[in-house]
Ligand binder design. Structure first.
Ligand code: ADP
Ligand code: ADP
Length: 226
């Protein structure tokens, strides 16, 4: 059974006068541990798709299932990383990464060990006690990513997480993210408007195209992994 199964989904927003068709007949299957990247121009429906997967929006038509169970009844845990910096400004980097474990009642020793290990694996050893304001944008975004992974969610959704970073930082973070997701065997849906990034990170790449009349052409490209 696929971990994510999106079948024939439409998303239509009621606009002034006309409706906006953000998704039409969108179908997608994801296997456990697969990294899927979605690339396409602005306005083609990428965020809409991610919001549906995150269950922040309900599709106008079609179904979403996780491991064969309708999303409404599923208990899958979903991590979400966005382009904007969502670290708590009043907490240290370590305090931020520990937070999801803290609210799940994980003991102090266990959560500290897990958070410290993840921070080390993205090159942030030594910065544990810094506040977000004392870190660079790239460091904060690494913090956001490990905070989304720390409690071992079933699925991680990423909406242009490197969109605000310079090209060199982006490459370093792509590399770290790829290693981390492989080590943690994470199922990831990653959105970007950068084709190079989509190809570098994805086991599979879905290309979304906005066409006149808002009809989506979706192509899936399978890639060989070394
Ligand atoms: P992308 O993430 O690829 O830039 P979006 O999913 O944000 O695209 O948007 C797809 C289309 O749906 C766009 O035309 C956008 O204006 C429209 N749209 C998105 N959200 C809403 C909304 N809440 N209400 C009305 N229109 C929306
Ligand atoms: P807790 O330790 O109870 O989980 P937090 O560490 O999340 O609390 O927050 C610490 C304190 O900061 C809380 O008392 C909270 O009310 C307060 N706080 C909430 N929002 C902000 C903010 N935007 N900036 C600074 N402090 C905030």
């Amino acid at each position: 059974t696929p971990i994510i199964e999106l079948a024939d989904v439409d998303q239509i927003y009621a606009g002034r006068g006309t409706n906006v068709e953000a998704l039409r007949g969108f179908t997608l299957d994801l296997r456990d541990g697969e990294v899927l990247t979605i690339v396409g121009p602005s306005g083609c429906g990428k965020s809409t798709l991610l919001n549906i997967l995150a269950r922040l929006e309900r599709p106008s038509r079609g179904t979403l299932s996780f491991r064969g169970v309708n999303a409404d009844n599923s208990d899958v845990e979903i991590g979400y990383v966005t382009q904007s910096d969502t670290l708590f400004p009043w907490r240290t980097l370590l305090g931020n990464v520990e937070y999801p474990l803290e609210i799940r009642g994980v003991s102090k020793d266990v959560r500290r060990e897990r958070a410290v290990s993840l921070l080390e694996r993205v090159g942030l050893k030594g910065f544990e006690n810094h506040l977000p304001s004392e870190l660079s944008g790239g460091m904060r975004q690494r913090g956001n990513i490990v905070r989304a992974l720390v409690y071992d969610p079933d699925i991680v959704l990423m909406d242009e997480p490197f969109g605000a970073l310079d090209a060199q930082t982006r490459l370093v973070l792509q590399d770290q993210l790829q290693r981390l997701c492989a080590e943690e065997r994470k199922t990831v849906v990653f959105i970007t408007h950068d084709l190079q990034e989509a190809i570098a990170l994805g086991d599979r790449v879905v290309v979304m195209t906005a066409r006149p009349g808002r009809i989506k052409v979706v192509r899936t490209v399978g890639l060989e992994r070394p």
